[in-house]
Design a protein around this ligand. Structure first.
Ligand code: HH2
Length: 281
């Protein structure tokens, strides 16, 4: 049985300690030519730096950099190409005032990014690649373990579950156990149900509604629905508003971190939520 305990109050994240007393905003920076929302906008390292600075000014608590798209149907990117895209940007961001997270599934990319001083690895493959657990165990950085059914190229081909919440919960509990057994401290682990990764719209909205059952696993939960297609289908032409609503609903259900493209809008909504929570009549 997965354990049930309160989530830690702090996340150890390289040289940073992130307080988890309010939902944190992780700003998305995709330095890919083909990401579904911001593909091609930030491939030039100087543009990527400007975008990171802009999101920090808007209130991003972390910046998540992805050099390989994982959108449905995305082809895998060779390791050398992912590194060629990523390393110049990490160099420009070496003294970034907030933690840098790197969104990668590849062990060699994790190693290079950690050596370059980043603070978190965001792995949609949940450290199942060979050597990934050991690489993280030998570091001080935080890790996000995400659920994905299948792999990006084919994951949206009729995904099916007997019970999506139990299946995702069991997977995350097992991956957290594997990480702990490899020597990664509980204070460095974040879990994510993987909105849009091998799931129908109904699966995605069920995961959002039941997010608290992942929080009960005893680790901080990250939620990332920003600008994804199930929101676009539900609220055509209103993707930013729909994304902010999803982030707010996730916060209400106990998410410790939301991964978003629209940092300023999400921050404003979360400030209202925090004010409401802390108001004393
Ligand atoms: N979603 C995407 C990428 N990485 N990581 C986590 N932990 N959770 C997510 O939901 C998640 C993620 C896909 O979104 P995006 O980065 O905007 O697009 P792309 O993969 O096309 O670059």
């Amino acid at each position: 049985m997965p354990k049930t305990s309160p989530a830690p109050k702090r996340l150890r994240c390289g040289k940073f300690q992130l307080e988890l007393d309010r939902p944190l905003v992780m700003g998305i920076l995709n330095i890919t030519p083909d990401s579904f929302s911001d593909g091609g906008l930030f491939t030039e390292p100087r543009r990527a730096l400007e975008r990171a600075r802009e999101m920090i000014e808007q209130g991003a608590d972390l910046i998540d950099i992805g050099a390989e798209s994982t959108r449905p149907g995305a082809p895998p990117v060779p390791e050398s190409e992912e590194l060629d895209r990523l390393m110049p940007v990490l160099e420009l961001l070496h003294d970034c005032p907030v933690p840098i997270s790197v969104d990668t599934m590849k062990t060699a990319v994790m190693r290079a990014a950690i050596a370059a001083g980043i603070s978190m690895i965001n792995d949609v493959y949940a450290l199942r690649a060979e050597g990934a657990l050991e690489t993280l165990a030998g570091s001080e950085v935080a890790v996000c373990l995400m659920h994905m059914k299948g792999e990006p190229r084919t994951m949206q081909n009729a995904p099916a579950y007997a019970d999506v919440v139990s299946e995702v919960r069991e997977f995350l509990a097992h991956r957290a156990d594997a990480a702990r057994a490899a020597g990664i401290g509980a204070d460095r682990i974040v879990l994510d149900p993987g909105y849009g990764f091998g799931k129908t719209s109904a699966h995605n909205f069920t995961l959002l509604r039941e997010l608290n059952s992942f929080v009960q696993l005893g680790y901080p939960v990250l939620f990332g629905a920003s600008r994804k297609s199930s929101l676009a289908k539900a609220a055509p032409g209103q993707l930013v508003h729909a994304s902010v609503a999803a982030a707010l609903l996730a916060a209400e259900r106990g998410a410790s971190m939301v991964r978003v493209h629209d940092v300023a809008e999400t921050r404003a909504a979360l400030i209202v939520w925090s004010e409401m929570r802390s108001a004393q009549a």
